[in-house]
Design a protein around this ligand. Structure first.
Ligand code: SF4
Ligand code: MSK
Length: 630
């Protein structure tokens, strides 16, 4: 590779992405610490933690179980490794479900304020989706204004969080047979908040002390996320900001501009970033930018806030989770604007080494060394303008000697909501089903999730997805996997050249990439809706479909909740990093095998992406065979 200067070998071990490698080298030269350096300083990581056998749930502890059977086999209260591992796992699910669902709550509250005329510049962008949701929730719309319908819908959605009994309305989108199974198992979620609170109650000392019983609550809580919080977040955001449609954009650190003011939006909630995208086009601010010597204002995203604005506006993306520090290290970012989730607290110290303003906006999330610009809906656009103004005024402070923007950027095609996919297929899933039946498309792979320093950045994502499309598996993607695939050029119709002959022909006929970007982490709900539509059309359960999931580089608690609801929905899922459960034989074997007999799907763990692809292909082929397809 000719990158213009000599690169240290070890940097190649950290990321497969050239732009990231260049910034890692710059960091080293400038004496800047990154997540990879901090990971090295953590090594060796605590084995008790890795195995999940450490408990701090009461102050008699911390207690830990000796995995070799020589030391303590019980905590002070008598909890065994099985109990401790299951409880820790359940708490991870609860935290992940809480993160997605609290995001959803904020979206619904904005939606409600909008309906009351108290949310400044927010408007209804997708009327058809509003009316279709209203009918789904039994809200009459005839003779009512859109705002009235929205208000009633918002109230009904808010009740989904606080429900004590009954069911979540979105679960009615799932095939009948699955719903029946959940009811029989007692894992149908009741209310979103209720399930999360119950996890915290059950894991308190002296409450739920049976590993299987604990894990079943984990599945129920996961379902309250996937078919509750996450799905509500997706639906409401579509109504407020528009349902994504296919469009083109660019990704990677090279999207940062050398002559424009660079504003990065990072986190997960699109409520403020929608306004920032608009404010960046405000003539007053553009004029100010010119006065400050810039040729314009460039908004770029990181993580899922980035995915949200990418999907709806084609706003470029600067990078994945592990590229957030690297973006600052370019020296070209005037403002790093963050909301919630996946934002490294290290950004506080790091931005202090450059001219970057680190702006935190959520009333829930502050970080060291930020400029606090708390965001409230009633003056969202004004706050967005103030934030962009800070960035513009910071442009003259850019230090030219410290600026290196890697040239790497890659075009991509994004915006494949379930609605957009169905419309690309001519209005029904039938053409895709026919392609699956005929064997041109062997199956569907849902590949999602984060980066994790334990795996070479983007190596797991890109290699797994390449292997799947090579074997005629159509891939749907969200989150950081989607960004990684975009950076590798896989989100382009031309990438069908890397696909097997059958998939290539289908992509060419439809003009779509072999890897479809369906959105942010909460938008995995779009994948569930698509899977349900296909299963319903075929008259089978989701677990019967030739489909498999993977999270090759996952790290967040949200990913654990996602895993719980995807598997409970009937999709076999391969994890690329090992969850902290190996300290319990019972929990490990239930998650990786026993669940098959319960929900018709289970987890596998396989860090090697090619072997992970093999596991998915094997599963897809088994399902094809069971459906009588060759
Ligand atoms: Fe130890 Fe039991 Fe307390 Fe956990 S709950 S810290 S195992 S005494
Ligand atoms: S942003 S949860 S690192 S996918 Fe959704 Fe990426 Fe994982 Fe955050």
């Amino acid at each position: 590779l000719n990158v213009g200067y000599e690169m240290k070998t070890e940097i190649y071990e950290k990321s497969i992405d050239l732009a990231s490698q260049k910034m890692l080298q710059k960091a080293e030269e400038e004496g800047i610490e990154t997540a990879w350096d901090r990971y090295e300083k953590q090594l060796p990581q605590c084995s008790f933690g890795q195995l999940g056998v450490c408990c701090r749930n009461c102050n008699m502890g911390p207690c830990r179980i000796d995995p070799f059977g020589e030391g303590a086999q019980k905590g002070i209260c008598g909890a065994t490794a099985d109990i401790i591992v299951a409880r820790n796992f359940l708490r991870m699910i609860a935290a992940g479900a809480a993160a997605h669902s609290d995001h959803a709550r904020d979206a619904v509250l904005t939606f409600k304020k909008m309906s009351e005329g108290e949310a400044g510049s927010y408007r209804i962008k997708d009327e058809a989706k509003l009316l279709s949701l209203a009918s789904e929730y039994g809200i009459p719309s005839e003779g009512k204004s859109l705002e009235e319908v929205a208000g009633k819908l918002a109230d009904t959605l808010l009740q989904e969080f606080g429900k004590q009994d009954g069911h979540l309305q979105c679960t009615r989108r799932v095939p009948e047979s699955r719903l029946k199974l959940w009811a029989e198992l007692g894992i149908e979620p009741r209310g979103i908040d209720r399930e999360i609170v119950e996890c915290m109650h059950r894991t308190h000392i002296g409450v739920d002390n049976d590993a299987v019983h604990i894990l079943l609550q984990g599945l129920r809580t996961g379902l309250s996320d996937g078919w509750g919080g996450s799905m509500i977040a997706t639906d409401v955001q579509d109504v407020l900001f528009g349902t994504p449609q296919p469009r083109r954009s660019t990704v990677n650190l090279g999207v940062l501009s050398s002559d424009k003011v660079n504003v990065i939006v990072h986190g997960h909630e699109p409520i403020l970033s929608e306004m920032i995208v608009e404010a960046a086009e405000d003539p007053e601010l553009l004029k100010l930018a010119e006065e400050k010597g810039a040729s314009g204002i460039n908004v770029a995203g990181i993580c899922c806030t980035g995915n949200e604005t990418l999907m709806r506006h084609g706003t470029p993306i600067a990078g994945t989770f592990l590229q957030q520090e690297l973006a600052v290290i370019t020296g070209a970012v005037e403002a790093m604007v963050v909301d919630v989730q996946c934002v490294m607290p290290s950004l506080g110290e790091l931005t202090g080494c450059y001219h970057t303003k680190f702006i935190s906006t959520s009333p829930k999330a502050d970080f060291p060394n930020t400029v606090r610009m708390e965001f409230h809906e009633n003056r969202a656009y004004e706050t967005a303008k103030e934030i962009v103004k800070i960035a513009v005024e910071n442009f003259p402070n850019r230090v030219p000697e410290k600026v290196t923007i890697p040239e790497e950027k890659q075009e991509c095609m994004v915006g494949f909501s379930a609605e957009a996919i169905l419309s690309a297929l001519g209005g029904s899933p039938d053409p895709l089903i026919e392609a699956i039946k005929g064997g041109a498309v062997r199956g569907i792979g849902a590949v999602v999730g984060c980066n994790n320093v334990k795996i070479k950045h983007n190596y797991g994502h890109v290699n797994l997805v390449k292997e799947l499309i090579k074997n005629n598996v159509l891939v749907v993607t969200t989150g950081c996997n989607a960004i990684a695939c975009a950076e590798a050029g896989l989100l382009l119709p031309e990438a069908s050249e890397m696909a097997g002959d059958g998939l290539k022909a289908v992509c060419k006929a439809l003009g779509i990439p072999p890897v479809l970007h369906m959105g942010s982490c909460v938008d995995i709900s779009r994948i569930l809706v698509l899977a349900s539509a296909i299963a319903n059309r075929l008259g089978v359960d989701i677990s019967d479909l030739p489909a498999a999931g993977a999270a090759p580089e996952w790290m967040s608690e949200k990913a654990v909740s996602i895993g719980a609801y995807v598997v409970s929905s009937g999709v076999f899922t391969v994890l690329g990093t090992i969850p902290a459960v190996l300290g319990s034989q019972a929990v490990t074997s239930l998650l990786t095998g026993g669940l098959n007999g319960v929900v018709g799907a289970s987890f596998a763990v396989e860090p090697d992406p090619l072997k992970a692809a093999d596991l998915m292909l094997e599963h897809i082929d088994e399902k094809r065979k069971a459906l009588g397809l060759n």
